[in-house]
Ligand binder design. Structure first.
Ligand code: SAM
Length: 295
């Protein structure tokens, strides 16, 4: 950072402490100036750190990777939930795999047509720490429609009753460690079986700028698992590598060309990023993705 970037009125800034995530794959890094480290622990699944930052609120780190910040999580949680739910005609039963910070659950439950939302998070400590440091993300945890389970999402989906779900949201960490098995055809086959006809799977699909090969592999594995339509939507997410993220939707026995535009435009709940125009814009593929993915 050049001296010009230093806040001129903050002489202590040269001594500021920073959390920095180095992203080897893209030869890039991202940092936030911090006030203090609030918590650190090793769970049976991963390490979790919580920081207080000077400008981005609280910051959760899992295995050294940025997960959630107070300031920008709305971008991700809204785009992981509302495009799929406004594409579906009327989603009543939703399952979230991962999502332990509970931000996606909160967005899903803003949809009054949802009758049951199950969050299947392998690591209970993520949720307990989110309740402590990100209480605003957990405000729907006591909703009578919400059910929080702390088990492996791979096993949950394998045991799920056939044709019982309308939407599955995979809000997991990167495809390593406990999340690795969530990015392959075997898992997608269990999702396909669990979904009703016209059901939708949506999964966080990393950065379109540096993970296009992963997105391609995910989409072909989804098609191999008999999903008839796939579509990748992009959105900003500053704290993740490259600051540009994506989610990929896959549909069982129907297409993904349209969505309930009027419903999105007249929605009765607050969002800070998602609206009908953003939904439409996110469906437009940048040229490099159109060429690479055939969208
Ligand atoms: N927004 C973040 C991202 O895109 O990287 C994900 C946030 S959420 C904290 C990710 C969660 O996925 C973690 O809490 C992790 O414990 C959970 N997870 C990873 N593998 C899982 C699995 N097999 N079953 C259930 N949850 C899993």
């Amino acid at each position: 950072m050049s001296a010009a970037d230093q806040p001129a009125t903050d002489p202590s800034s040269t001594e500021s402490r920073w959390f920095t995530e180095q992203h080897a794959r893209s030869g890039s890094s991202f940092g936030l100036r911090i006030k203090s480290k609030l918590h650190a622990e090793q769970t049976p699944f991963q390490s979790i750190e919580i920081y207080d930052t000077t400008d981005w609120g609280k910051l959760m780190i899992i295995d050294g990777c940025t997960m959630v910040s107070t300031r920008d999580n709305f971008l991700y949680h809204e785009m992981m939930s509302h495009p799929a739910l406004f594409t579906h005609a009327r989603a009543k039963r939703v399952v979230i795999i991962g999502g332990g910070d509970c931000g996606t659950l909160r967005e899903v439950l803003k949809h009054e047509e949802v009758e049951h939302a199950v969050q299947v998070e392998i690591d209970e400590r993520v949720t307990r720490l989110s309740e402590q440091y990100f209480p605003e993300l957990c405000e729907s945890n006591k909703d009578p429609r919400a059910e929080l389970l702390f088990i492996d999402g791979i096993k949950y989906m394998a045991d799920c009753e056939p044709e019982s779900l309308d939407v599955i949201i995979v809000d997991s960490t990167d495809p390593v460690g406990p999340a690795e098995g969530l990015f392959g055809a075997a898992f997608y086959a269990t999702c396909h079986k669990a979904l009703k006809p016209s059901g939708i799977l949506v999964q966080q699909s990393e950065s379109p700028l540096v993970h296009l090969d992963l997105i391609k592999a995910m989409r072909s594995a989804m098609r191999f698992a008999d999903f008839t339509a796939v579509k990748t939507l992009t959105f900003p997410q500053p704290i993740y590598p490259t600051g540009w993220w994506s989610c990929t939707m896959a549909r069982k026995g129907a297409d993904l060309s349209g969505f309930r535009e009027r419903g999105a435009a007249t929605k009765q709940f607050e969002t800070r990023y998602y609206n009908a125009d953003i939904h439409k814009a996110a469906l437009a593929s940048p040229e490099f993705m159109r060429v690479a993915l055939g969208d």
